[in-house]
Design a protein. Structure first.
Ligand code: AMP
Length: 450
């Protein structure tokens, strides 16, 4: 007998099952099967689940099913998320679930900074049932008396680890201090240690905790390449590897260098666009829409701008600049190989970064060699389609390893080493041309990074 429950077995309403079916979703994922029945019963639920696990429906289905029409300024549910993009994305998912039952008059809005607050206040006055918000803007709305917190019956902390990493915990604590006692709390996070554990202990009432390992099949769907590169050759290498991909997401450390990278790709003939925190919200949304529709081939982004993005059919992620740590590596890489599709992740490694890369590889159980590729190798353009570059293996020196600590964590299984011999060559087309405003997106120069 098939042991996988159906959405109906979990207690999901007919109208939501219809909405899911319209989205092509027929069978609950592991976190959904575990969390939905308990959430529908009103229990506090804690899920160790990262993006890609289906966690948005795990909390979204109960929220929409239990939501009621709201009185002015008194929403019944709140979802706190770390970024504007995630706020919009979650709002759209919830909206798609609610639309098959318009009689319930469940209104869902996303509130985040960078857009006029007056419109958000007007919406709250009309009555919003489910508010999806970033912490800063929500505090602003509370401060203006635009939202009563003691009407909240359900609160979701989504991507709690990212909220902690991004320094939002004091804001989250303040928000939670405004909420009345009698409410249900759900928390979803890729990790449940450190500050997230503090949140859980402080604000949850006997939560049922579910840990969903990153699915092995997903790991198998993701293939990794670590390419050794010097700073002058990075842009040329990027042009090559993104050329053969239908849609790539490129992570760059700072806003300024993201702008240069996007400009260089654009001048090299790619449909490249830029997504950084310096770009106005309305322009960001346009950029994301074009990318999601497949009108843009390469999106160059900083970490903050790209957090939580769920873009289906993204075939290549490039770590143009190395991520800070293994968590950032997992989050960035996880933008590809989603929802059963394959994906390729390419990491650029400069000489002084080998040590940090080895540490990340060890922590994640990745064992692919670092390759010294030849920029003229035609296989580079096929990397997103599964071709292996002709390359020499970078010989790891003792000093590269000296501070790389070992760890047991090995969730990401290793892959075959598809290496054949070849030669390495440096040089290439780094362009240091001026940083004009790119793609018409207005870019205020605020803080220098992200
Ligand atoms: P999430 O982890 O919520 O970011 O979801 C990741 C992706 O998985 C989204 O594109 C969802 O549409 C998709 N998804 C979520 N639940 C299911 C499911 N039960 N069956 C198939 N796809 C799903």
């Amino acid at each position: 007998m098939d042991s996988t429950p159906s959405f109906a077995d979990l207690g999901v309403s007919e109208s939501i099952i219809r909405a899911l079916s319209q989205l092509g979703i027929e069978t609950p994922s592991e976190i959904q099967a575990a969390a939905i029945p308990e959430a529908l019963e009103g229990k506090d639920v804690c899920g160790k689940a990262s993006t890609g696990s289906g966690k948005t429906f795990a909390f979204g289905i109960p929220l929409v099913q239990l939501a009621k029409r709201s009185k002015p300024l008194a929403p019944n549910s709140l979802v706190l998320v770390p970024t504007r993009e995630l706020a919009l994305q979650v709002r759209n998912v919830l909206f798609s679930l609610a639309q098959t039952d318009p009689s319930k008059k469940v209104w869902i809005e996303a509130f985040y900074g960078g857009v006029p607050i007056d419109r958000q206040i007007r919406a709250l006055r009309k009555g919003v049932s489910i508010v999806v918000a970033t912490p800063g803007r929500l505090l602003d709305l509370i401060g203006r008396g635009a939202m009563y917190m003691n009407s909240l019956e359900r609160i979701v902390l989504d991507e709690a680890d990212l909220m902690a990493d991004m320094g939002f915990l004091p804001d989250v604590e303040e928000i939670l201090s405004h909420v009345g006692n009698d409410h249900q709390t759900m928390l979803f996070s890729a990790t449940l240690d450190g500050y997230v554990d503090v949140l859980r202990k402080r604000h949850m009432n006997n939560p049922v905790t579910h840990e969903v390992a990153q699915k092995d099949d997903r790991t198998e769907l993701m293939s990794h390449h670590f390419l050794y590169v010097d700073s002058r050759s990075k842009n040329a290498l990027l042009s090559k590897v993104t050329k053969g991909a239908e849609r790539s997401l490129v992570f760059v450390r700072t806003r300024d260098s993201a702008e240069v990278v996007a400009q260089t790709l654009y001048e090299d003939g790619a449909d490249a666009e830029l997504l950084t925190g310096a770009i106005k919200q309305s322009a960001r949304e346009r950029v994301l829409r074009r990318f999601a529709q497949g009108k843009t081939q390469v999106l160059v982004a900083t970490d903050v701008a790209a957090r939580g993005l769920d873009i289906s059919g993204l075939d290549l992620v490039v770590h143009y600049d190395m991520p800070d740590d293994e968590k950032a590596f997992v989050h960035r890489s996880g933008r590809t190989a989603r929802a059963g599709k394959t994906g390729v992740v390419v990491t650029f490694v400069q000489g002084n970064q080998v040590r940090s890369l080895l540490r990340i590889q060890e922590l994640l159980g990745l064992s692919q060699p670092i390759l010294k590729v030849d920029l003229d190798d035609p296989a580079l353009a096929g990397i997103a389609q599964g071709e292996q570059p002709n390359a020499q293996e970078y010989k790891v020196h003792t000093q590269d390893r000296s501070r790389s600590t070992s760890s047991s964590g090995s969730r990401w299984s290793s892959q075959k080493r598809g290496v054949s011999s070849g030669s390495s060559r440096s040089g290439g087309g780094y362009s240091s041309r001026g940083r004009q405003s790119f793609d018409g997106a207005s870019q205020s120069k605020r803080r220098s990074s992200y």
